[in-house]
Every structure is written in structure tokens, then in C-alpha cells.
Design a protein around this ligand. Structure first.
Ligand code: ADE
Length: 283
């Protein structure tokens, strides 16, 4: 019998506004205490009948800038549906020669350049002080599960889209891309790729005890390469279409197994991790 809960959520980034190989079930129009999500949430059935939830981060027609994504509503809405694991997708700039446009990256670490600007917690102004554990900002267990599967699918696709792992994503504010000096600085800091979206998504997923992994697709070399023009939207859009097709193939290839893994209770580190996060003392 098909599992009845929506245990897995997918967040689509630039270029990824729907998934393939799914049967549409319904759209749900959720309102959370933090407002409405970026888009109605699409519930779809995988070939085995298990249902997943999909949100388009920038809205179905890409009208929401990275700084204005209602991330708390997105994560709260997925949590309210019972989601325990999120596989998010994001277009990124590359800060490393070996990460070419078209390549995939599953990062392990984040450098946050949006601190203090975005609403990055559910607890501010709530009369409680909460510190989530965020040293390893992605789900190590979910990352370890999806990495070999994504690698296998990319090899089968055969278009030369390599997978890089163990990398660090810089999250910048935008909307303008980085200056050359900033791009060079991020490289010195140890950044490998750059986007405008992983924060606060990863932080809020952690506060909700949801396992969160990010599958990135490189669209450009940002602004660090000497003698080359810095990144433009035109350049980003050029690879976006191919990258989105490959991302849909990856999603179609991994989601049933991810669902089964979550359903079997194999993700054990993030659930319950907020148990001791509240430092406020009861009277
Ligand atoms: N998303 C795609 N390319 C990017 C870049 N170079 N900087 C920030 N976000 C991006």
C-alpha cells in the first residue's frame, strides 16, 4: 500500500519550476503564521504512489528575488505537511576552475554573507532564546545517501555533468552579483560555489528538525577569472535550461529511494536535535 504521508519536500530553484515523472495529486494553498509560501505547494505521487511536496522558491514565474523569498513560510508549510527531509536545488556560480558550468555540486558547508539582513529564525521576538546546532549545516546522512545516486544518474545521462562533493557554498545577499574583489576574497576564504538562497533555508529547516540537502548546478564562473567578463544574467540563463533538465532527471532518479530511506527511519541525526536548543529558563 502507498505510504500516506508527505515525508519529502523538494524546493526548486532558478530554472526548476516543476518535476518530471510524477502524477499530479493536488495543489495546496497553505497559509502559515509567517504568511504564504512562494507558490501553492504541489503534491505529486512518485511512481510507487508515495507523495512528495514541491515548492518553486522564486515563484512559478520567477517573480520573487532571493532576498524576498518567504523562506519561513516555505519551510513552515512543508513542516505542516509532515515533511521530514528536503532536497533543494539551486543555481550557483563557480569559484573554482574545476567546477565548470553544467557541473553539479552537493556542498557540505556554508559561509553566510546575509547575516543580520534576512529573517533567519522562527524564534526572534517570541520571548525565548533558541540556539540551533548548525556546525554541519546540511544533513550529513541525507548528503551521504544522495551523493552516489546523483553521481550514477549524471554518469548515465552522459552529458559531462560531473558531481563535486565536500564543497563550501557562499551565500551572498544580492541582487547584484559580486564584484571581482569580493569573488577573489570568497576564494581565499575557502568558498567553492556561490548563491543567494541557501540561507536562511538551511537554518530554518534545521530549526524545524528537517534533514536538508542542496543539489547545486553551476551556471557561471562568477567574477574572479582574470581577463574574462564577470557573470551576467544572460550567461546564467544560457546554462539554466540544460541544468534544469538534468536536475529533473536527478530528482526523478532519487526521490523514490530518498522517500523509502526517510520512511524507514534511516535519518536519525536531525530529528530531535532542537531538544536542548532553548536556553530560556522556566520560572
Ligand atoms: N547564482 C548563479 N550564479 C551566481 C553567482 N555568480 N553569484 C550568486 N548567485 C548565483
Amino acid at each position: 500500500m502507498a505510504p500516506s504521508k508527505v515525508l519529502v519536500g523538494v524546493i526548486g530553484g532558478s530554472g526548476l519550476y516543476h518535476l518530471d515523472n510524477l502524477t499530479f495529486v493536488k495543489k495546496v494553498d497553505v497559509t502559515t503564521p509567517w504568511g504564504k509560501p512562494s507558490s501553492p505547494i504541489t503534491i505529486s505521487a512518485l511512481p510507487n504512489g508515495a507523495e512528495i511536496a514541491f515548492i518553486s522558491r522564486h515563484g512559478p514565474h520567477h517573480t520573487i528575488t532571493p532576498s524576498e523569498v518567504p523562506v519561513r513560510a516555505n519551510i513552515a508549510a512543508l513542516k505542516s505537511l509532515g515533511v521530514q527531509a528536503i532536497v533543494a536545488f539551486s543555481a550557483v556560480g563557480s569559484l573554482r576552475e574545476e567546477i565548470a558550468p553544467g557541473h553539479f555540486v552537493i556542498p557540505d558547508q556554508i559561509i553566510d554573507r546575509t547575516k543580520g539582513i534576512r529573517a533567519d529564525t522562527f524564534f526572534r521576538g517570541e520571548g525565548v532564546v533558541v540556539h540551533s546546532m548548525f556546525g554541519d549545516p546540511f544533513s550529513g546522512q541525507l548528503n551521504a545517501f544522495i551523493k552516489p545516486r546523483v553521481e550514477k544518474i549524471l554518469a548515465e545521462l552522459g552529458g559531462g555533468a560531473a558531481l563535486h562533493t565536500g564543497k563550501t557554498v557562499v551565500c551572498m545577499e544580492g541582487p547584484a552579483f559580486s564584484t571581482r574583489a569580493e569573488s577573489l576574497m570568497y576564494r581565499q576564504w575557502g568558498g567553492d560555489i556561490i548563491n543567494m538562497s541557501v540561507i536562511p533555508e538551511a537554518k530554518l529547516a534545521r530549526e524545524c528538525e528537517i534533514d536538508y540537502s542542496l543539489i547545486c548546478t553551476a551556471t557561471d564562473y562568477d567574477a574572479w577569472r582574470v581577463g574574462e567578463a564577470p557573470v551576467t544574467v544572460e550567461e546564467v540563463v544560457k546554462t539554466l535550461h540544460t541544468n534544469a533538465g538534468n536536475s529533473r532527471a536527478v530528482a526523478a532518479g532519487i526521490l523514490e529511494e530518498v522517500y523509502a530511506h526517510v520512511s524507514a527511519g534511516e535519518l536519525t541525526e536531525i530529528a530531535g536535535s532542537m531538544k536542548f536548543a532553548c536556553i530560556t529558563r522556566a520560572e
